[in-house]
Every structure is written in C-alpha cells, then in structure tokens.
Design a protein around this ligand. Structure first.
Ligand code: GP9
Ligand code: MN
Length: 639
C-alpha cells in the first residue's frame, strides 16, 4: 500500500473542510464586528478571531478524530448561536454578552418580552449557511467514510495538536501586543467576539488586579468631605425614609413638554417644594442594571465589572445604608412585584441589611404589566405592611412598569401624543414615564391619607437610562425632543430628589454626583455622617467637586465632573476618546482629562479589589487608606 498517498489525501481534504467552517464563521463574525462599530482594529480582530477559530477546529479534530465532521458542524452551530445572541444583545446594550451572564440564565423567562422586542427576522439569516453545511455534512458522510482514515493516523494527530499549541501561543502573544498598545484596555472592539469572550472568562477566574496604591491614594484623597459646618446634617433624623427606585427614569422627560403637557407633573411639582433636587446626577450601574443601582446606592462602592454584583460578591460582608439606619433603630424592608430570585435579591438582601422583602411571593399579582406587578398595585398593596412596621422604617420600592420595551396597556396611555410620536420608541417611553409619575402621585396621596407622609422623607431616583443614544432611530427621536444632540451626558443623567414634607428646604443641587454618593449623602442627612475613606462616594451636600466614574456600559475610565464629560474610546485607545464641556458643548482637550481618567480607573480597581477580597470589615476599621497601606506592604513583600 502507498502510505504516502493515503496520508496526503485526507490531509488536504481536512484543510479544505476546516477552511470552509472557519471562513463561513469568520465572515459572520466580521459582520457582527462591523455592526459593533469595530473600525481601528477591524483587520486585527478578524485575524485574531480567525486564528482562534482555526485552533478551535484543530482541537476538535484532535478530540474527535472519528467523528470530526459532526463535531465541526456542532462548533459551527454553537458559534453561530453566539453571534446571533451577541447581535441581539448588542442592539440593546451596545456591548458583547458578558460571560458572567451565565448566572442570569434563570431570569431569561422573565425578560422574554424584552428579548422578543429586540429580535429582527434578519438576524436568523446567520443560520442559513449552518443549515446548508448540515446538508453537506450529511451527504459527505454517506458518500465516504473518511473517518476511518484518521483513526489510523495517531502520529498525524500529534501534528495537529502541535499546530493547535503554536496557534494558542501566537494568540497569547497578539493579545499581549494589544494590551500593550491600549494600556491594558482589552475590549470587545479590539479583541473581537470570540477572543473577548475567552478573555472575559479568564478574567472571572483570576483574582482582582491590584491597584497602584499611589494613584489610588490620590483618588481617595480627592474624595473630600468638609468636616466643619456640615450642611443639612440631621435633616432627616427620626423620619421614615422611603426610597422609590424609578425604573428607567432619566432626567430629560422632566425638563421638556409635549404639546403643552408635562410628562412628569408630579415629579416637577416635587422639585419645587420641600425638596433637595439633584439635577446633575448620574447612573453608575454595571451588568446588574436595576440591582446594581441598588447595590451602588446602598454600599457606596462600584458594581462588579464581571457580572451582577449580588452574584459577584455573594457571601461577602457589607456595610450598607440599611445597616447604618438599623443602628439608629430603623426597620428595613423592600417591595418589588417580581420573582424574589430575580437578580438573586432574595438571597442578597439579608446581607445588604434589608430584613423584610415583599415580592411576588407576598403580593397578589392581580395586575401584571410587562415584567411584574403594576406600580399602582405595588403601592396600594404595600400600605398595610408599611403600617404594621415599627417606625422609623426604611422602605425601598423597586418599581417595574416603566421597563423596556415600554409597552403600556392602552387604558394607561394617558399622554396625548402628537401624531409623529405614535408607535415610536420615545413615544412608548414617555407614556410609561408619565404612568410612573402618576402612580408616584397616587402613592404620595396614600401616604397622606394613612398619616405616614408628614413623618417621612420620600427619596426618588432613576436607576439607569431608558432610551439609548447608540440606537440611531432613538438618538434622532430624542435629539428632536430635547432640541440638542442626544449624547452620553444626557443619557446617563437620572434624577435624584429628596422630598422632606413640612421642612423649609428647597434647593437645586447642580454639582455633579452619582449613585455612589447616595449612601454618604443620606448618612449626613440622618445625622450620622460616614467617616472619611469609608466608601468611594462623597456627601453631595458638603463637597466642592463632584466626580462620577463610569464603567461597564461605556469603557471604564470614562467620567463626568462638574464641567466636562470624558468618554473613553471603545477600542481602548486613549487618544481616540471624546471629551467635551457638557454645559457649552465645546470640545475639551484630552490632556485635560487624563487625571480624571486615571482617577476613575483607580477608584474602580480599588473598589473591585476591596469587594473581591471581602475587605469591607477592614475598610470599616482602617478606611480605604488602610487598604492602600496593606497593598503597599504586600507589594513590598513581593519584591
Ligand atoms: C427585575 C427588574 C429588572 O426584577 O429589576 O430591571 P432591569 O434590571 O432589567 O432594569
Ligand atoms: Mn432597571
């Protein structure tokens, strides 16, 4: 027998087969990259993903020498599924699906309405070649039994293994090069789909990076709090505190009318009386959306960069606003008309200091809109529970009706929309915001009727954006509505108002602040300010300089201060970033924003280090400065 010939034929055949699978997949990945706006690293990301796919196919050839054709096809199907899921996810979140979202699979049923609203029939075309390949594979398998040839060639398999290892080494090298050129900013837009997923998975398994203690020191020092003459200290002392998390509420609907109608008449009224209104306040959520906004306001630390914070920091020790209030005799509870396990709230709340959680297990789910109980029923049914709770209490309401895709039953669409808003995303959103506003009004009346209003403070804040400027259609609609280009500064801006019935206060605070500042601000208001260095937020009523660091839904390092906004480029290249004065719209030089960028990164890295290493106990004792001393000591030991 001529072994030479026998070995050559299947080898060239294998190479052609692998090429067909790899090239068809790569073409689709490149389409996704284009949709994602990958430009600077387009060729680079394509090449790197090509190498990864080839290595993957070699691995499967090595693992399944006797069934490689079938295995190849399954790989094709799974990777195509990933491309499909990422395309849908990107159309809403404008990034790739985080690997950490595997912990959220159980929640998919709950958000099915949102998912279906995002699907486009066109996306299913991704599967066209996968179906053709299946027909081809079936035919080929019937025609020749090429598999047996490979079972006779273990030595050759060794060559494939060697090729696999070499490609993997090349990939690690190429990734290092990108890390070098982007100062370590490995992102979907510079690694591409597959390589980013691999990097993301690798990141989850690794310990949190150690922050540069000197850089972090500057950040910690910048979180200044004025000690003397604290404004509003103790204003809320002894009052019940009712916090309403207003789902998807941004600030702009409060500031504009539609055909002479206020979108949020109740909230607008509130801002004018007995209220501290923070009109330059920003969301800081991570992968956990609503739940991360809860996490940030209650903890004064940043959300996890890998998955939703209740999952990422499960089992940690925390020191939270509800705990701080409990020291002052408060009862603590939360109300949310949804599955208690959504975002792992049920298991997370005890550790967050929330003692009672009323969810769909307790509520009568007699009016479900979208994801859960209507806001109207949420407020109405909660009153008896509020009344039986010993005062003072902390009551945290998580509303749900104003949630993507913002489809409100006809009978609740009370705004009289001009024809051009009919059936538009913005139109639906404004109707939902208006409904939410009206229900807040209803709740305030309920509190008055039940005699709970006068002794309470009612705090309302938006958890995150509802309309995304990166969707071209939405961007156009909102720009028209607000009369200026709809950009990140407006997209991330959410309201915060602290309404104190019977007080003589009334102030609009225009200093920039973020959700991370909530805990220290409220701590001062209840008359028990936090020690300096206890959290990464600041008391917004007693500082001169606001600072809001952003991460996850925009590249980490982006930030907003009292004048400027800096948006780190998605490719991770500092020089390609954008910065402008959001008051005047004038561009700002990137030299000016470097310090803020470094501060934002230092804060986020320090926060993650503290949380991942479960160091809140130590922060309580020694402050963040103490943590930095520890890091210095560890670095010294490692030398
Ligand atoms: C679900 C609700 C969802 O309980 O919090 O809101 P989301 O996180 O999707 O904004
Ligand atoms: Mn939300």
């Amino acid at each position: 027998m001529d072994w030479g010939k026998r070995l050559e034929k299947p080898d060239s055949q294998i190479i052609s087969i692998i090429s067909i699978f790899v090239i068809t997949l790569l073409a689709k990945i490149m389409i996704l990259h284009w949709i994602m706006g990958v430009r600077q690293y387009f060729i680079h990301a394509a090449l790197m993903n090509f190498v990864t796919l080839t290595a993957l196919y070699l691995l499967f050839l090595f693992l399944f020498p006797g069934r490689y054709l079938k295995a190849f096809w399954w790989v094709h199907l799974v990777v195509t599924g990933l491309i499909f899921v990422n395309t849908v996810y990107f159309s809403h979140f404008f990034t790739l699906v985080p690997v950490g979202s595997v912990f959220q699979v159980g929640q998919l049923g709950g958000v099915s309405e949102s998912i279906f609203a995002l699907m486009r029939p066109l996306y299913f075309l991704y599967f066209a070649d996968t179906i053709c390949l299946r027909i081809w594979v079936n035919k080929k398998k019937r025609k020749e039994n090429s598999l047996s040839l490979y079972e006779e060639k273990p030595r050759r398999n060794g060559i494939y293994a060697l090729a696999f290892i070499s490609l993997s080494v090349a990939l690690v090298g190429a990734t290092q090069l990108i890390a070098f050129s982007t100062e370590g900013n490995l992102r979907p837009a510079n690694l591409g789909m597959i390589n980013y997923h691999i990097y993301d998975a690798f990141r989850i398994t690794r310990p949190a990076p150690i922050v540069d203690p000197d850089q972090a020191e500057e950040a910690v020092q910048a979180i200044e709090t004025e000690e003397a003459d604290r404004r509003y200290e103790g204003l809320l002392e002894g009052r019940n505190i009712i916090v309403i998390l207003a789902e998807s509420l941004q600030t702009f609907p409060m500031e504009h009318q539609l055909g002479g109608q206020d979108i949020t008449p109740v909230l607008n009224d509130l801002t004018n009386q007995e209220t501290l209104y923070f009109s330059n306040f920003y969301e800081q959520v991570g992968w956990g959306n609503t739940s991360d906004s809860e996490f940030v306001i209650h903890n004064g630390f940043y959300p996890s960069t890998t998955t939703f914070s209740y999952q990422a920091y499960e089992g940690n020790d925390f020191y939270t606003l509800p705990m701080h209030l409990k020291k002052h005799g408060y009862s603590t509870m939360a109300f949310h008309g949804n599955d208690p396990d959504f975002w792992s709230r049920k298991s997370a709340y005890p550790g967050q200091g929330i003692d009672q959680f009323y969810s769909s297990d307790e509520f009568d789910m007699n009016e479900v809109i979208g994801l859960g109980l209507s806001d109207y029923e949420l407020y109405k049914q909660s009153i008896p529970w509020l009344k039986e709770t010993p005062e003072p209490f902390y009551a945290f309401y998580i509303t749900l009706t104003c949630h993507h895709p913002f489809i409100l039953p006809e009978q609740y669409q009370w705004l009289d929309l001009p024809a051009e808003y009919d059936d538009t995303y913005l139109g639906h959103y404004l109707q939902s915001v208006h409904y939410m506003d009206q229900q807040i009004g209803y709740f305030l009346n309920l509190l008055k009727e039940e005699g709970l209003y006068d002794d309470s403070a009612i705090i309302i804040y938006g958890d995150h954006q509802g309309v995304d400027m990166r969707n071209v259609e939405i961007e156009e609609q909102v720009s028209r509505f607000i009369g200026k280009p709809y950009e990140e500064d407006e997209m991330f801006r959410v309201p915060l108002m602290i309404h104190v019935p019977g007080s003589d206060i009334g102030e609009e605070i225009t200093l920039a602040g973020g959700q991370i500042d909530f805990f220290p601000t409220i701590a001062n208001l209840i008359g028990d300010p936090l020690d300096p260095g206890a959290v990464l937020g600041q008391d917004l009523l007693n500082i001169k300089e606001g600072f809001v660091a952003k991460q996850v839904h925009v590249s980490a390092g982006s930030f907003i201060d009292n004048e400027n906004i800096f948006i780190m480029s998605p490719e991770g290249l500092y020089d390609n970033s954008r910065a402008w004065n959001y008051k005047t719209g004038e561009p700002v030089s990137l030299e000016e924003t470097r310090k803020g960028y470094e501060r934002a990164l230092a804060e986020i890295t320090l926060s993650e280090y503290v949380m991942e290493n479960n160091l809140i106990g130590r922060v309580q004792e020694h402050g963040l400065g103490g943590i930095l001393d520890n890091i210095r000591f560890l670095l010294e030991l490692g030398k």
